[in-house]
Design a binder for this molecule. Sequence first.
Ligand SMILES: NC(=O)c1ccc[n+]([C@@H]2O[C@H](COP(=O)([O-])OP(=O)(O)OC[C@H]3O[C@@H](n4cnc5c(N)ncnc54)[C@H](OP(=O)(O)O)[C@@H]3O)[C@@H](O)[C@H]2O)c1
Length: 256
Amino acid sequence: MDFGGRHIAVTGASTGIGRATALLLASRGARLSLVARGADKLADVTAGIRAKGGEAVHFAADVGDPAALAAAFDAAEAIFGPVHGLFANAGTGGAFGPVAACPDTLFDDVIRVNLTSVFWAMKRVLPAMVEQRSGAIVVTGSLASERGMPGNAAYVASKHGLLGLARAVAAEAAPHGVRVNCVIPGLIETPMLASLDSNATAEELRDRLGPSVPQGRIGSPEEVAELACFLLSDAASHITAQSIAVDGGMLGTLLP
Ligand SMILES: NC(=O)c1ccc[n+]([C@@H]2O[C@H](COP(=O)([O-])OP(=O)(O)OC[C@H]3O[C@@H](n4cnc5c(N)ncnc54)[C@H](OP(=O)(O)O)[C@@H]3O)[C@@H](O)[C@H]2O)c1
């Protein structure tokens, strides 16, 4: 799996799954453009990649702002050329509460960041991919792309929509040599998971959540990165329109 200098854009690259995937892609020869809001954390990721001889640039942008997102892609392509791979991974967890109490603004924000921004990013990168008859897009879904869960309707709706978007664009892009797939993280140890209980230590969260996973433990960002990297690579050349879970068995099983 050697990306041979291909330009891959990763959103949500400052922490968690996006960061782990960026580091893995860089170690396999991709040239990375990294996007998130947090400039300092992005700079750390970029510096880490460069320290190992890799190539990366970063752009602090809110993916929910179409002008800022477009500007980031413009700047990235001015440096590395057309995007060959897109890992649309940035996401927000929204907030837990009953749907009747969910403010319209919160619902809109979650849909814009988790779903509409990916639509914008796909529109931005697809024409060049189609022209080159080569390209791969991976989006980060969720168990909430495949199942309902109580207390966070906006997140579930956004992640269901995201999987639908991925499948629709996969069907449209397949004849043009472009693949689109969805990775489905289970319970993965990232800042987003930690935000479920800010009073709990990482160890307490592992102990509490692990038993709900058939494998008996939560997953790491690096385990999701392996799948994202594979799907972005030519090793996955006949795989498109798929959603694949990295979840220790959660989606496919019933625990007694
Ligand atoms: N961890 C899990 O258990 C789990 C499970 C299912 C799905 N997921 C999905 O995995 C993806 C990555 O999350 P993670 O678990 O790795 O958590 P994370 O470490 O909190 O990563 C979220 C990333 O998205 C970026 N981001 C959030 N809002 C953004 C915005 N408006 N504009 C630009 N960047 C934004 C964050 O950076 P800034 O804050 O610097 O902008 C960060 O880089 C998300 O789509 C999430 O829904 C995670």
